[in-house]
Design a protein around this ligand. Structure first.
Ligand SMILES: C[S@@+](CC[C@H](N)C(=O)[O-])C[C@H]1O[C@@H](n2cnc3c(N)ncnc32)[C@H](O)[C@@H]1O
Length: 266
């Protein structure tokens, strides 16, 4: 997930979800004037700039997007950076770097990022510290990461590479465990909901391209194995991901399982 150009072409599902969730929850939050807002795991910055910013522009002084990927942040800066929107490199798992932003933000948003984070409690503690008192967070991420399901189903020859995938959190949490994680980090939960949603791709190859844009296996696999790996992914997605493909139009429907957490630092 280091190629911003590829990701922005294939993130229709993430954009739709971010739009639906932000428009529902932003009006439920308490707003003062001139707030400073953080978007954690902003990726290439299109969600920050095209979706969050239009909804927030009358309420905020500054919107800051952070991501641990230098490539993503460089792309976001050059494409969307302006006086009110800034992008910075920050790994939310690095408590030391996060402490630089202590008590800086009124709100923290994070879309489709938290399922990639390994040390969830400590990262949330850092974000708790980065918030001002009374600050709110809105997180939307995958409760079940379909890539983990995909990797588990793969044939033995690919398992040795999967073991090397340090970028990805292999832990699975229930809704109640996830609730406990946010509480343990110091937040009071205002609302927590899980949903099974469906996204419609125009055809099956569009779904494959969307999966490829976030599949970190391509970063570690030798180039000569990429095509064979793609064919294996295609077979396994059909077998394991509950995908519906219309035999006439090719329209492809993919279910996915999200969790949304709106919480406050008292
Ligand atoms: C699927 S992208 C989501 C991008 C954007 N928020 C969206 O909704 O399209 C997930 C992003 O989270 C970032 N990420 C993962 N772990 C992170 C961490 N520990 N700290 C900061 N960013 C992280 C990745 O680099 C990636 O750009």
């Amino acid at each position: 997930m280091h190629c911003p150009e590829q990701y922005v072409k294939e993130n229709g599902l993430q954009r739709k979800d971010a739009k639906d969730i932000s428009s529902t929850y932003i009006r439920k939050m308490v707003w003062k004037s001139n707030e400073i807002v953080l978007d954690v795991g902003c990726g290439p910055g299109d969600v920050t700039s095209d979706i969050l910013y239009p909804l927030l522009k009358n309420k905020i002084n500054q919107l800051v997007g952070v991501d641990k990927s230098i490539e993503m942040v460089e792309y976001a800066k050059k494409t969307y950076g302006c006086s009110k929107i800034d992008f910075k490199v920050l790994d939310i798992e690095n408590a030391n770097d996060c402490s630089f932003y202590s008590h800086r933000f009124n709100k923290i948003f994070s879309f489709f990022c938290f399922h990639w984070v390994h040390n969830k409690v400590d990262s949330l503690r850092s974000m708790h510290l980065m918030l001002k008192n009374g600050g709110e967070i809105l997180f939307n991420f995958l409760l079940i990461n379909p890539l983990i399901e995909l990797y588990k189903s793969m044939d033995a020859e690919w398992q040795k590479y999967i073991k090397d995938l340090k970028q990805i959190s292999h832990d699975l949490y229930s809704q109640d465990e996830m609730r406990e994680i946010f509480i343990k980090a110091g937040f009071r939960i205002i609302n927590l909901e899980t949903n099974v949603k469906k996204y419609t791709f125009p055809d099956f190859s569009s779904l494959l391209n969307a999966v490829k844009a976030v599949d970190t296996m391509y970063n570690i696999l030798p180039q000569h194995l990429h095509d064979r790996y793609s064919i294996h992914v295609k077979d396994k997605i059909c077998e394991t991901q509950g995908v519906e493909i219309c035999p006439i139009t090719g329209i492809t429907i993919k279910p996915y399982f999200t969790i949304t957490v709106h919480a406050i630092k008292d």
